[in-house]
Design a protein around this ligand. Structure first.
Ligand SMILES: [Zn+2]
Length: 123
C-alpha cells in the first residue's frame, strides 16, 4: 500500500483528525514533502500553529551571523517544524504510519492504540 501524498485519498478517514493525536515524544512518520518516509520522535508540538518539531527531521541550514559574543558566524543546521498534517503516528510494532483508536483503560485513563495491531501507544 503506497501512502498517498495528497489529502484526496483520505476521505475514509472517519472522525480521526490526526493533528489532535500527536504529542511530545510520539514516534511519527512524515507522509508529505521532502522528508516523506522519514520517522523520528516529536520534540515539540506547537498547538496554536499546528506544527511539530521532529528529532533529526527537516534540517534547515541557517546562516548565523556573528551575534555579539554569543556565537560565531557560519552555517547552523537545525530542525524546522513541520505542519502537523504532514506527519502520522507510527506504530513501533507495525513499523508503519497508523490510524489510532482510543480506549479507556481500567484506571479511567484514555489511551491511544494502534488499530492495526492493538498496541497501546500511551503506556
Ligand atoms: Zn501497530
Amino acid at each position: 500500500m503506497g501512502l498517498a501524498g495528497r489529502d484526496e485519498g483520505e476521505k475514509g478517514f472517519e472522525m480521526i483528525v490526526p493533528k489532535y493525536h500527536i504529542k511530545k515524544n510520539d514516534l511519527v512518520m512524515v507522509i508529505n514533502g521532502k522528508e516523506k518516509g522519514k520517522s523520528g520522535r516529536v520534540l515539540k508540538v506547537h498547538p496554536g500553529k499546528e506544527k511539530v518539531l521532529i528529532e533529526k527531521i527537516n534540517f534547515v541550514k541557517r546562516h548565523a551571523r556573528p551575534h555579539g559574543k554569543q556565537r560565531q558566524g557560519g552555517i547552523l543546521e537545525k530542525e524546522a517544524p513541520l505542519h502537523i498534517s504532514n506527519v502520522m503516528l507510527l506504530c513501533e510494532k507495525c513499523n508503519k504510519p497508523i490510524r489510532i483508536g482510543h480506549r479507556v483503560l481500567e484506571d479511567g485513563k484514555k489511551a491511544r492504540f494502534c488499530r492495526k495491531c492493538g498496541e497501546l501507544l500511551d503506556k
